[in-house]
Design a protein around this ligand. Structure first.
Ligand code: MOS
Length: 753
């Protein structure tokens, strides 16, 4: 225990160090965006439309205005104008995502529960009461909220039209739709419902106009800088005048990657009343206006030779979007690169419905696409009477069949081996329904996941304080994966300092710029910037030390030999060497030594490789044949994600992703009543996220070999591959247990009896 504890505190890359903010979080000391206390703070509550499409004929606000404590009732009739809205008055077609609903801009209603008014009062209760008094009459138009009834409306997204090389554009390798002529072929349709992120922390914002052209927001977001830019543009003010604070984020899973109507409503309200305004969504509103995984229909055509070689795959998909934004995601990418098939066709379409805009949700399009692809692989293996793992091995590829490039690294076979061994894959029987445990049918299934190993650019500031501690600053966020902890470990390892001497500050737009926290790329990008900043800091310290009175010994040494001590620098190979901070700082003419760097992907060989993370999920399920109940009994997820910076937080991510996959497979699905275009699943009693009782013991294993081409740390990204491939692994196990192939998620008991 004590040895374990000591180990976990050395802070070296790879070690299972405890979270640096764990204590703050579990004691309630961590401050989330709705928890800031500002003088004169007032409360806002949204009023939502009760129709899905049409226009507001009349909106009755007088009663609400007269209610106790009310400061303002804002609608399209009296809203302060948002300058940035006007330029979007006449778009040729629905704009691409990133241009959210123009709140209170006009009387149009484009989805059910669209904010049509915001009530501001001195207390939350008074605001909520007054909001209940606002009534609207509408001119109602006929709405469409059912994707399957509107598949024919699917269209090629604008990005794909503009750029035929876009991953969203139609794709063909070899012959089009060649599966139709295959020896053994299958054709199947797959459906996933809309799924809601439902992080524990509700979406919330405090908007504060510190001056007529200076805005501060305490906002739940995964994109500090993106949010700063969006609001600066909306209000026609310099970016530097918008300050975004998101120090702690209580889960997000993608729904903080976009700006939503409630944020704009709060900013408008703060403008109107001239006081800071707090707006926290209700759980019900979390279902209607802050994004979701889009309802998606897919079709796969697949053919193979009798000896198990894929000859062709056609993968089509139609996902839903809103009428005011084109939301797209990478649903079909893995079909182009995962297996050796010589003939591959993909067609991606979106269909505009009278719903709010979807957004990326964990593993985004890839998780959706993998449900179809990995289910179809299992179906084909069954048709060929081949073990599904063996079938995947026969179609394994050592170069990217999409572009012919080698993989930067790919250790998926190692993942297969580790996982198959631990789940006891050899106990699987090819014939469905052949294994039993008492009354229960037992099944085994597997599913593969992949996601691009993306790296962006980030700036980073590193400061050496007088006390010999190091502070790093970045405008990234930590939505729960343990980003801050990983960054401390990277800095500790690079500088040779104990982790408690390092502080990583984040979630503030005044810190050096970082991309939004999405697409499994934060450690790839921001982690690389931490490493670069620490190297730059050490080089600067080396130079400064060399210029101190007894500096010769430092100039003769290398920067990496510098050791940061309390009050002075020393050298790893010469403990007597000493450069006092007071001398150093005198050289530098400052109170502290600081460097700011920019870290970018680059290197001449970067374009020569295809870079992906990989995972495989093996599951064992039990199915009750009379009730159709499915119990996931065992999960083994293995990942090739490059260097693992922290075994513990990385394992947490795999666990969270696997639980998300259980939800996707068995319990989650938003249900819309198409008569009204309104969700009937509106709380966690109607919409079922898996709970502890739904999650079995889970095991995880990482290959943990560095990828030298993504960054110098060798990381590739974990967050998305943790869920991608999990839902089909469960669907495949259910088939193996019951012989029933369920192609529409979630696999609820009614589908199995
Ligand atoms: Mo993730 S869907 O990139 O937050």
């Amino acid at each position: 225990m004590s040895e374990q504890l000591q180990k976990s505190q050395s802070g070296a890359i790879g070690e299972p160090m405890n979270r640096v903010d764990g204590r703050l979080k579990v004691t309630g000391a961590a401050k989330y965006s709705a928890e800031y206390e500002l003088p004169n703070l007032v409360h806002a509550v949204l009023v939502g439309s009760t129709i899905a499409k049409g226009s507001i004929k009349n909106i009755e606000t007088r009663q609400a205005e007269r209610a106790p404590g009310v400061l303002a009732v804002i609608t399209h009739l009296n809203s302060p104008k948002v300058p940035g809205f006007a330029e979007r008055d006449h778009p040729a077609e629905p704009p691409t995502a990133g241009q959210p609903l123009r709140v209170f801009h006009d009387n149009k209603v484009v989805f059910n529960d669209q904010p049509i008014a915001v009530v501001v009062a001195d207390t939350l209760e008074r605001a909520r009461y007054a909001a209940s008094l606002v009534k609207a009459q509408y001119d109602q138009d006929k709405h469409q909220t059912n994707l399957e009834a509107n598949l024919g409306q699917g269209y090629l997204p604008a990005q794909a039209k503009k750029n035929p090389k876009s991953p969203l554009a139609d794709y063909q390798r070899g012959e089009a739709d060649a599966y139709k002529n295959g020896a053994t072929k299958l054709e199947a349709e797959y459906v996933i419902p809309s799924e809601m992120h439902n992080p524990m922390e509700l979406q919330s914002i405090i908007a504060h106009w510190e001056a007529p052209d200076r805005l501060t927001v305490y906002d739940k977001t995964q994109a500090v800088i993106g949010t700063q830019r969006a609001f600066a543009k909306d209000w026609g003010i310099p970016e530097a005048n918008v300050k975004v604070i998101a120090t702690f984020v209580g889960g997000a899973f993608g729904n903080g990657l976009h700006n939503w109507p409630h944020e704009t409503a709060a900013i408008i309200a703060a403008k109107k009343v001239g006081r800071p305004v707090k707006l926290v969504l209700t759980r019900e509103q979390m279902f209607t206006m802050v994004g979701y995984r889009p309802y998606t229909w897919q079709k796969i055509g697949m053919s193979a030779t009798p000896d198990g070689k894929l000859t062709a795959i056609t993968h089509e998909s139609v996902g839903q979007t809103s009428t005011y934004e084109q939301f797209t995601e990478s649903t079909l990418q893995q079909t182009r690169m995962m297996y050796t098939a010589p003939n591959v066709t993909t067609r991606y379409r979106i269909a505009s419905l009278d719903v709010s805009t979807p957004v990326w949700m964990r593993g985004p399009g890839e998780a959706t696409g993998a449900f179809a692809l990995e289910s179809a692989m299992d179906e084909m293996a069954h048709a060929l009477n081949l073990d599904p793992l063996e079938f995947r091995l026969r179609n394994y590829t050592d170069t990217d069949p999409d572009n012919g490039k080698p993989w930067s690294t790919k250790y998926l076979k190692e993942c297969f081996q580790m996982g198959a061994e631990r789940i006891g894959w050899s106990n699987r029987k090819q014939q469905p329904g052949s294994v039993k445990s008492g009354e229960w049918l037992v099944g085994y299934g597997m599913g593969v996941g992949t996601f691009g190993a993306h790296r962006g650019s980030a700036k980073m500031k590193a400061i050496l304080t007088k006390k010999g501690t190091v502070v790093l600053q970045s405008a990234t966020t930590d939505i729960g994966p343990g980003t801050g902890t990983a960054m401390v470990q990277i800095a500790a390892t690079t500088l040779g300092l104990p982790p408690e001497k390092i502080t990583f500050q984040l979630g503030n737009s005044t810190f050096p710029t970082a991309p939004s926290q999405g697409g499994s790329s934060t450690v790839n990008t921001v982690g690389a910037a931490v490493q670069d900043a620490c190297i730059a800091l050490r080089e600067k310290l080396h130079q400064l030390a060399a210029a101190t009175p007894n500096g010769q010994v430092f100039s003769a040494a290398k920067p990496e030999d510098i050791v940061i001590m309390e009050g002075h620098l020393s050298l790893a190979n010469d403990k007597l060497a000493k450069a006092a901070y007071s001398d150093l700082l005198r050289q530098n003419n400052e109170a502290e030594v600081e460097v700011t760097i920019e870290s970018k992907p680059g290197g001449s060989d970067r374009d020569k490789y295809s870079m992906y993370s990989y995972s495989v999920h093996f599951v064992q399920v039990h199915v009750q044949p009379l009730t159709g109940e499915v119990r996931v009994k065992k999960v083994i997820s293995c990942a090739d994600a490059g260097t693992i910076v922290n075994q513990k937080t990385a394992g947490n991510q795999m666990m969270g992703g696997a639980v998300g996959g259980i939800g996707m497979a068995l319990t989650e699905g938003a249900v819309i009543d198409d008569r009204y275009g309104r969700y009937v699943t509106k709380d966690l009693a109607d919409y079922h996220v898996p709970v502890h009782a739904d999650a079995p013991n889970m095991e995880f294993a990482f290959v943990n070999k560095p990828d030298p081409h993504v960054n110098a740390l060798g990381t590739k990204g974990i967050g998305e591959i943790a869920i991608i491939g999990m839902a089909p692994a469960i669907a495949n196990a259910v088939f193996n247990a019951t012989g029933k192939r369920i192609r529409e998620l979630p696999i609820t008991p009614d589908k199995l009896i």
